[in-house]
Ligand binder design. Structure first.
Ligand code: PEP
Ligand code: MG
Length: 539
């Protein structure tokens, strides 16, 4: 039995087989004696990559049609690109390095080169080069990708997971996550909460000792993962799993009931989602609306921008499924830990304080306009509101409104049905808090993003796992800021919600209601638990 302690990001308990994901981004350089045999190894890995791509092409033709499948043909051709191959061969021969290292370095160099090109088509090839290089490296190292389609529901054990890796996983097949690294406030942790998946991060698992197929227990209550548990420990876990199921069952009784305290104070409980697929959790947990749809997840895990039509279909589906209940869609918040290759963002020293979210939208309005067109069109079909992230000034809001106006004019001119939705902003920078009186005059509502607000107020990088102990959203400064925002909004007759993770913190629910917070938007799995707590409260 091997037991490791980690930081739980979602409390739950599961028992099942482990699947160990290996990272190939830590390719090690080592010296080889025989360059020609290394080049032969490369040739075999590259042939295998072509076969894999052919398989993917055929599958994609059947599932999504020839046009969308063409990317796999392009990748097959790129594997024969002479410049790319010459650069790898040359490096192996002159520097006597292993093939995986030569492929990884050449892949990075070529991707960088494409990213710096003027032409948008060529720029987009950077992501393709990275993709094929990763594929060859995986074949060389023997770390193949997990085939989620044939996998039974499993516990994913990994060094770390990025948000884009997480969104691409088949949620039905994941019982829990256990990662060696990662911070409690990262988007991967948020995704785990959203998906109701017990997860442990910062767990010092020795990945060399763990094999795919080993039985494991992830206990999010104790913050523990146990590999190869004894029969007694497995039986204990099975009993706890039954007990949890029973509790969940009892919560079902609260469906359809109001979020009202014993003394009659009401609050809206909405859900946070990242994809259309999360709607099942929203309905299952009887959320009163969607308080935060992190639309940037539509942009992750793909090779190119989602088109207006793709976005429209996604927003439309959410709005129609919610059947008149409020749906707040946040415009894209790319950047920081949510990196997308085809955006070709430059490497930054301080990505959390860098080129992200609304800043990208204002600097590259063509990306923003596509999303706004889709949003305004979907707004015509239901109760949709739009929310803008990372606001720091009234000027930004005015610039946004100018762009929205011109998008409206364009839709009008083209006689495309649309509706101008309610528009709100996220309050997640100290600047926005301090001018919330001025901002409240401009917008329809505020939603407080306590994850970023904590990071910027306490000067603690939310991604840095070494700072988890310093990341304290209960800090007096944060609570005072929330009160200030609520008061300023109410003076203008505007409503305020909290959509950061703090909204689900049951230690503070009573306080938030007393402060006058109008809405809490939380992971769907938290809705009924909060409803129960609220209904037992007297303010
Ligand atoms: C926040 O910052 O609190 C928030 C809700 O946005 P995100 O976590 O996506 O940055
Ligand atoms: Mg944020």
């Amino acid at each position: 039995m091997k037991v490791y302690k980690g930081k739980p990001v979602y409390k739950g308990i599961v028992l099942g087989p482990a699947v160990v994901l290996s990272k190939n981004d830590q390719v090690k350089r080592h010296r080889v004696e025989d360059a020609e045999s290394e080049i032969r190894r490369l040739g075999e890995a590259s042939e295998k990559a072509k076969e894999q791509l052919q398989g993917l092409y055929e599958k994609a033709v059947k599932e999504v049609g020839e046009a969308s499948a063409a990317i796999f043909e392009v990748h097959q051709m790129m594997l024969d690109d002479e410049d790319y191959l010459d650069a790898i061969h040359n490096m192996i021969r002159t520097e006597l390095v292993n093939a995986e290292y030569a492929v990884a370095v050449t892949g990075d160099n070529f991707a960088q080169m494409f990213a710096n090109m003027e032409d948008d088509y060529m720029k987009a090839r950077a992501a393709d080069i990275t993709d094929i290089s990763n594929r060859i490296v995986k074949n060389l190292t023997g770390c193949e990708e997990v085939d989620f389609s044939s996998m039974e529901p499993s516990i994913i054990v990994a060094d770390d997971l990025s948000p884009s890796e997480t969104v691409q996983m088949d949620k039905e097949k994941i019982l829990a996550f256990v990662t060696v690294h990662g911070s409690t406030n990262s988007h991967t942790a948020i995704l785990a909460r959203m998906m109701n998946i017990p997860a442990l991060i910062g767990t010092p698992v020795n990945l060399e000792e763990i094999r795919t197929g080993m039985t494991a227990i992830v206990d999010g209550f104790r913050g523990e993962v146990i590999f190869e548990p004894s029969e007694e420990v497995s039986n204990e876990a099975a009993a706890k799993i039954r007990e949890e199921k029973e509790k969940m069952y009892l919560l079902q009784e609260l469906k359809g009931k109001e979020n009202i305290t014993l003394d009659g104070r009401k609050i809206n409980l909405y859900a946070n989602i990242g994809s259309v697929g999360d709607m099942a959790y929203v309905l299952e947990n009887d959320a009163g609306g969607i308080g935060l749809f992190r639309s940037e997840f539509l942009y992750l895990g793909r090779n190119d921008f989602p088109t207006e039509e793709e976005q429209f279909q996604a927003y439309k589906q959410v709005v129609q499924t919610m059947a008149g209940k409020k749906v707040i869609i946040r415009t894209l918040d790319i950047g920081a830990d949510k990196q997308v290759d085809y955006f070709n963002l430059e490497k930054e020293n301080n990505p959390a304080m860098g080129y992200r979210a609304i800043r990208i939208c204002l600097k590259q309005p063509e990306i923003f306009r596509t999303q706004l067109r889709a949003l305004l069109r979907a707004a015509a079909l239901g109760n949709l509101s739009v929310m803008y992230p990372m606001i720091t000034s009234a000027e930004e809001v005015k610039q946004i409104y100018d762009i929205v106006k011109s998008v409206q004019d364009e839709l009008e001119r083209d006689q495309i049905p649309y509706r101008l939705p309610e528009q709100g902003i996220m309050i997640e920078t100290p600047a926005a808090v301090m001018i919330s009186d001025e901002l409240a005059e401009l917008v329809d509502f505020f939603s407080i993003g306590t994850n970023d607000l904590t990071q910027y107020t306490l000067a603690v990088d939310r991604q840095n796992e070494r700072l988890d102990d310093f990341y304290n959203p209960h800090h007096k400064a944060i609570l005072k800021m929330i009160q200030m925002v609520v008061d300023n909004a109410h003076k203008q007759g505007k409503w305020v919600g909290i959509c950061g993770e703090l909204g689900a913190d049951m230690e503070l629910t009573e306080k938030f209601i007393r402060m006058g917070v109008d809405e809490l938007s939380v992971a769907p799995s938290m809705i009924l638990k909060l409803r129960k707590a609220i209904r037992e409260m007297c303010i």
